[in-house]
Structure formats: structure tokens, C-alpha cells
Design a protein. Structure first.
Length: 76
């Protein structure tokens, strides 16, 4: 089972941790629930040896719930 390392929070307060999960999506759900993520929080998550993915916790008008969306996408 993969171990995902992460940091989460705002620019003022960041928390770090790790979670083991069967899938990446499950890891995001566990982190959101346990870390008490708030709208606007940034999440960097990854596995050892690879650069982290970056997400922002936002309210989705389409789904009517809080969801993780890719953050800071850069053009190639």
C-alpha cells in the first residue's frame, strides 16, 4: 500500500504528515477529513522519489461540496 507524504494549510500555518491508502483518491479523502481542511488550503502530496502534486481545497458549484482541485497549473 503506497505511503503518501503531505503538507497542508495556508501560507501562515502548514501541517505535515503521511497516510497509507489503496488509492490516491482515498488518500485525499482521508487527509481532508483528518486535517480539517478549509476552503483555500493548499495541499502538496506525493510519494518518495517523485515531485509532489499540488491541490487547493475549494467549494465546487457543480458538485455542491468541498473538493480538491489541481493548483497552480503552469503552461509547458
Amino acid at each position: 500500500m503506497p505511503r503518501y507524504q503531505f503538507s497542508i494549510g495556508s501560507s501562515d500555518v502548514r501541517r505535515v504528515g503521511a497516510v497509507q491508502s489503496e488509492s490516491f483518491g482515498d488518500a485525499l479523502d482521508v487527509i481532508a477529513a483528518q486535517a480539517d481542511a478549509e476552503t483555500g488550503d493548499l495541499l502538496e502530496i506525493g510519494v518518495r522519489g517523485f515531485p509532489p502534486a499540488r491541490f487547493q481545497y475549494v467549494f465546487s458549484l457543480d458538485e455542491g461540496i468541498q473538493v480538491w482541485r489541481a493548483a497552480y497549473q503552469r503552461a509547458a
